[in-house]
Design a protein around this ligand. Structure first.
Ligand code: CTP
Ligand code: CA
Length: 228
């Protein structure tokens, strides 16, 4: 069912949303990636636009249509960092819905890696990528509202909340949206369930349903966080 018409409560705000999953190249034909579909990020971008925001979507391999949205396409975590950080300079809200690779191969082979090179196996050395969300939160720029996601594999709600609380405190974002993922749940699904935490790890809201319904619930919290 179509969501009820929303107020244009984000009018005048510039909202940057990252979506999808970054890919880190190993050689010209291979990459390290993840299962993010980009559905939640694109739902957030559409919802924010309908609520009156100017929206920039920084998209890494999203599997859903982005027609009508202003899209900056990126491949890697480093490219996403550049795109998000430059968009953030003039933004009021940044929502990091993308699954950003934590590590990238230390070297990218110019030529296709050949299996004759390593007889028994292949050892990859990975180096850490910049943490975009943490960097934005650490800026502490007045007037910039920073929202992160935490996708966790946890056996139950308490374990999920414990991981979420620790991440909320580590990241320092104004809002951390925690959801459970697994081999079948989360990435790529049409429905989702989230718990929203503040920077201290306290629960501020919960939502479940379509990714669009959850997007609007997240934006409700963003509106509540905005200075007035
Ligand atoms: N994120 C980011 N830059 C990275 C990694 C993650 O901005 N290099 C953002 C994600 O977009 C998300 C949030 O940080 O909004 C949390 O991502 P997650 O992978 O759950 O947390 P990590 O801090 O990377 O910790 P871990 O993967 O070890 O659980
Ligand atoms: Ca991570």
């Amino acid at each position: 069912a179509d969501p009820a018409p929303r107020p244009r409560d984000l009018a005048g705000l510039h909202v940057v949303v990252s979506a999808g999953g970054t890919r880190e190249p190993l050689d010209p034909v291979r990459f390290l990636g993840n299962r993010s579909s980009g559905k939640q990020g694109v739902a957030l971008a559409r919802a924010a636009a309908e609520r009156g925001a100017r929206v920039t979507l920084v998209a890494a391999h999203v599997e859903v249509p982005t027609d009508g949205l202003a899209v900056t396409a990126v491949e890697t975590a480093s490219e996403m960092a550049l795109a998000v950080e430059s968009a953030a300079e003039v933004a009021d809200v940044v929502i990091m819905a993308a699954a950003v690779a934590d590590y990238r191969p230390e070297t990218v082979s110019e030529a296709k890696i050949k299996k004759e090179q390593d007889v028994d196996g292949l050892t990859l050395r990975l180096v850490k990528n910049p943490d975009i969300l943490r960097g934005l939160a650490a800026l502490g720029r007045p007037g910039l509202t920073v929202v992160g996601f935490a996708a966790e594999t946890a056996p139950d709600r308490e374990a999920l909340l414990e991981l979420g609380r620790a991440k909320a405190r580590r990241k320092g974002a104004d809002l951390l949206v925690v959801n459970a993922v697994g081999w079948t749940a989360g990435f790529g699904a049409d429905d989702t369930a989230v718990v929203m935490l503040d920077a201290d790890g306290g629960i501020v809201a919960e939502a479940d349903g379509s990714k669009r319904v959850v997007a609007d619930a997240i934006l409700d919290r963003v509106v509540a966080l905005r200075p007035r």
